[in-house]
Design a protein around this ligand. Structure first.
Ligand SMILES: C[S@@+](CC[C@H](N)C(=O)[O-])C[C@H]1O[C@@H](n2cnc3c(N)ncnc32)[C@H](O)[C@@H]1O
Length: 198
């Protein structure tokens, strides 16, 4: 999924894309982006200081040819209750961003209304033509989870947030097995991936 997101950013951005990750956890996607898009400017938000510390350590180990101009940030924020969009400006990121991304995290934010709240704020950060790309666990009848939703529900939520969904939607499901963390996607139910531009 990290490779899928990196390729979407690459296809949609000029040099040095500015990328915000929602609920970045321990920085697996950040590491992948840093290795594969070395010019990336990145800010990951997460609730957990411990995971952010892991993420910072992980990124310190990635060789950085542009150490002087490195623009990578891990910021603690509750995406539901903190003014995290303002935190970007406070750390010196003025203007819009090229991409907002997330992996297997939206369901942890809460129900559809809460996820919608966060994605609406995310939309406000994006430049014209900017990209929202995320993957998350879909509703799985055999493994019910109160914050997992169907592809149709995700798409409707995105429409309500003001994103346009390409038609027909591209069902890039991670059915083939492995993700960057090395687990079989099937063991976690069904992932859905979503990408749209404003
Ligand atoms: C399943 S983990 C996924 C982490 C990361 N995206 C990954 O793939 O490794 C979900 C993450 O959501 C974060 N999280 C949950 N609720 C949050 C909130 N309200 N605001 C910010 N982060 C939150 C958790 O701290 C956790 O890191």
């Amino acid at each position: 999924m990290a490779a899928w997101i990196a390729s979407k950013i690459n296809a949609n951005s000029a040099a040095s894309p500015r990328v915000v990750e929602l609920a970045c956890g321990a920085g697996f996607l950040a590491e992948f982006l840093k290795r594969h898009l070395p010019d990336v400017r990145y800010c990951g938000f997460d609730l957990s200081p411990d995971l952010l510390e892991f993420a910072q350590r992980r990124l310190r180990e990635v060789p950085d040819e542009r150490r002087e101009s490195s623009d990578l940030h891990f910021v603690r924020a509750n995406l539901l209750s903190d003014n995290w969009t303002a935190q970007l400006a406070e750390m010196g990121w003025s203007g819009k961003v090229d991409a907002v991304v997330s992996i297997q995290a939206l369901h942890d934010l809460g129900d559809l209304a809460q996820q919608k709240e966060v994605l609406t704020k995310a939309r406000g950060l994006l430049r014209k033509g900017g990209l929202l790309a995320y993957g998350d666990l879909l509703l799985d009848a055999e493994n019910p989870h109160s914050s997992r939703y169907s592809r149709a529900e995700h798409e409707e939520m995105l429409r309500q947030c003001g994103f346009s969904i390409p038609k027909p939607s591209t069902p890039d499901r991670a059915r083939d097995g492995t993700c960057s963390q090395g687990y079989a996607a099937a063991a976690f139910g069904d992932f859905g991936t979503f990408a749209c531009r404003i």
